[in-house]
Design a protein. Structure first.
Length: 736
């Protein structure tokens, strides 16, 4: 943590005790972009990080910036929790974003040069040999020209609608017959690749705009072309739904159509575009000067992902093949038998998401299964999860799918597969109008020995086989009767609006999750004040909620040591004397996207301890998750699973130095200056199987776990093997 003597003094009721949510998000995207500069990554993976940072920024503009601009237009001047009005936030965002966009362009130039040295080139027209030029002409005439629509803009030809995220060529032209100067547009088809790969070797690409520019005479014959530039628009893509909408699906279908025509909130124009052309575009698109960004040589950096080719495995990460849990193999692939024997936790992507798919397929095909209930927030196209639910319904089982229509940018897909399931006989429920159902749970009811037994899957991530290959998440399987009863109550709440009363273990937002978290944080503060051991370790994607942050500040003032691993937004300021000097915050950004939510409380013992209380959750600590979403907080009661989550996963995250950033009291992040070979949580889990999923393989090889060595300096972490120390191992002190 940063030196306390250099940290500013902030009182517990000063608004500046919080960082701004939007600026913190931009800081996260800067960390993503920094991976594009990371020379430890293969070159095409660096390019992937650049594309991801560009995609992230597009979504940020479409949703967060669009929302703030809407508040400004409405005259809203109320302040956020850190004391900024919407207009002040927009000003700060634009200043920070200008620097980010410049770094993205610089990264592209750097990577493009390195790619050329490595044998992958993005060529200009003058770089083509005669054979390549002929091939491109044929490609243009057969694949591009038929779908292009050159447009003149004048009183007889009104300015066209430009789709969200679409690239458009903008030009001025003089007709030979009348000598009139007009503006012209060539919208790029959104289905067409931005980079055209030339045949042969070495690997060479040409940008679509260059290809079109080479054949302007085909598009505007008999016209003298003057200025040529490019623009890319971003539209307001948030959706608002009337709370009294009688038919939620119909309302969402209408909202999706409105989204496609949302107002332009950001106009990116190519470098060197004239003031005249800019003014023309601004007037026709209805944007002000503050909405216009003049970028570098390449608009739409998200498209650079098209250059990532499988032809050069040496420039990509080494392939990683997740393991299937041995525990289930020990039972001949029978998921139910394995879960009956003992609770299981599966750590994705290091362990295959196929275990979740197989669990559902087995349930669909098992004649003894009578009912399946599942939440679906996001899933993949052609999802095997959806296929399994359809198969189960067609086999006569009682199947209920809780589909969330408000999963941003997946609304249309969710409507589509919901209709497919309904046709197969699945009971599809679309949830609450005023709440998002973000919980990840499956309940399978099976007839065994004349009675019913319930099996439950609780997850921290979506039922999405594609993202499960790159997101770190947890899948927890149990048939504990109390957990099953809680899952049933939660589903009854989601499908029938029955308040989830009488819960034995699980907390449900928006009813009890906030209260449970606050209660546990306050208990640690009480333990610290009374001289008992105390501590909080937590891992999440975002920490925004002011009330939870104030509870953590109060615990820090009481002497509770708190370590937080927050991948993205963090509005808490650590290391401030008299406020948060006992709080440390780090962020891990690397090969996999940290997504699991875990929280551990010392419970009167030194962390880590078997007596600690450990939970997994679908919820980040944000107002939306705690107040406006259905979320679950699930305790880990099984000893083996408890040990894996606390002594492996949490400590590995705290121990990581290879991909970690430390948050300072000033809200700025500083990368841990790791030495070659420094501990990497991602590498550790790629090479060490799960503790709870090892099954019979544990007899052949002990699973190394990571535990806290309290005999060393405070918070020093050492690597040990199994449950007992095997020598001093690795000692790593978190950056201070």
């Amino acid at each position: 943590m940063s030196t306390l003597s250099n940290a500013p003094l902030i009182s517990p009721d000063d608004p500046t005790r919080f960082s701004n949510r939007e600026i913190s998000w931009l800081a996260f995207n800067e960390r993503v972009l920094d991976e594009a500069y990371n020379q430890q990554h293969p070159l095409l993976e660096r390019l992937r990080f650049l594309s991801i940072s560009a995609s992230n920024l597009d979504e940020f503009l479409m949703v967060r910036v669009a929302g703030l601009k809407g508040l400004v237009r409405a005259g809203v001047v109320s302040e956020s929790q850190e004391g900024m009005t919407p207009s002040q936030q927009l000003e700060a965002i634009m200043d920070r974003m200008a620097h980010l966009v410049l770094r993205q362009q610089n990264s592209w130039h750097l990577i493009q040069d390195l790619l050329r040295e490595a044998g992958i080139s993005v060529v200009e027209p003058q770089d083509l040999d005669p054979d390549e030029a002929r091939w491109l002409e044929t490609y243009f005439l057969e694949q591009v020209f038929p779908v292009l629509t050159p447009l003149a803009v004048d009183p007889a030809h009104p300015f066209p609608f430009i789709p969200n995220l679409a690239m458009t060529m903008c030009l001025s032209m003089v007709t030979e017959k009348k000598g009139e100067t007009k503006h012209g547009l060539v919208p790029f088809p959104t289905q067409m690749k931005r980079f055209v790969r030339l045949p042969g070797s070495p690997i060479r690409f040409m940008r679509l705009e260059e290809l079109i520019g080479m054949h302007m005479d085909r598009l505007f014959p008999g016209v003298q072309i003057g200025e040529v530039g490019y623009c890319r628009v971003i539209r307001d893509s948030d959706i608002e739904i009337e709370e009294e909408a009688e038919d939620l699906v119909r309302e969402f279908q209408a909202a999706l159509k409105r989204r496609r025509k949302g107002s332009v909130i950001h106009l990116a124009v190519s470098k060197g575009m004239s003031d005249t052309m800019r003014a023309f575009l601004m007037s026709r698109l209805g944007v002000g000067e503050q909405d216009v960004f003049q970028t570098g040589d390449l608009l739409g950096l998200v498209d650079t992902k098209e250059l990532i080719t499988d032809d050069r495995p040496d420039l990509n990460f080494n392939p990683f093949f997740p393991r299937f849990p041995q525990r289930i193999k020990d039972f001949g692939g029978d998921s139910f038998a394995a879960i009956r024997a003992k609770d299981i936790i599966v750590h994705h992507p290091y362990e295959s998401f196929d275990v979740v798919i197989d669990f559902l397929r087995q349930a669909a095909r098992d004649p003894d299964v009578v009912a399946i209930k599942q939440t679906l927030y996001r899933t993949s196209e052609g999802s095997p999860i959806v296929d399994a639910l359809i198969e189960a319904a067609e086999a006569g089982k009682n199947v209920t799918a809780m589909v969330e229509l408000k999963a941003r940018f997946d609304e249309a897909a969710n409507i589509g597969f919901a209709r497919d399931m309904e046709r197969a006989g699945v009971h599809v429920v679309f949830g609450f109008i005023e709440l998002k159902t973000h919980a990840k749970a499956t309940l399978v009811v099976r007839r065994e020995a004349g009675r019913l037994r319930s099996y439950v899957h609780f997850g921290t991530g979506n039922y999405h086989p594609i993202t499960a290959k790159i997101y770190t998440d947890l899948s927890f399987f149990t048939c504990d009767p109390g957990m099953a009863r809680d899952a049933s109550r939660a589903f009854n709440y989601m499908t029938g609006y029955a308040d989830p009363e009488g819960l034995e273990h699980v907390a449900v937002a928006p009813h009890s999750l906030r209260h449970r978290l606050t209660e546990l944080i306050e208990r640690e503060a009480t333990n610290a004040r009374e001289g008992r051991p105390a501590g909080i370790w937590a891992k999440m994607n975002s920490l925004v909620d002011g009330r939870i942050i104030d509870s953590l500040y109060a615990a820090s003032r009481a002497g509770v040591p708190i370590d937080l691993v927050v991948r993205g937004i963090c509005c808490l300021k650590p290391g401030i004397p008299g406020l948060s000097e006992n709080i440390r915050v780090k962020s891990i950004v690397g090969r996999f996207l940290e997504h699991a939510r875990i929280v551990c409380f010392a419970n009167g013992r030194e962390l880590p301890s078997r007596r600690a209380e450990v939970f997994i959750s679908s919820a980040d600590w944000m107002p939306r998750n705690l107040n406006r979403r259905v979320e679950l907080l699930v305790p880990i009661l099984n000893r083996t699973v408890h040990r894996q989550v606390l002594n492996q996963i949490m400590i590995a995250n705290l121990k990581d130095a290879a991909q970690s950033w430390i948050l300072g009291p000033d809200g700025q992040y500083h990368r841990v200056m790791a030495e070659p070979g420094s501990f990497s949580a991602h590498s550790y889990f790629m090479n060490n199987p799960s503790l709870s999923g090892r099954g019979s393989s544990l007899k052949k090889q002990r699973t190394p776990s990571l535990v806290l060595d309290t005999d060393q300096a405070p918070w020093a972490l050492v690597e040990k093997e199994g449950d007992e120390a095997r020598g001093p191992g690795l000692a790593v002190e978190p950056a201070s």
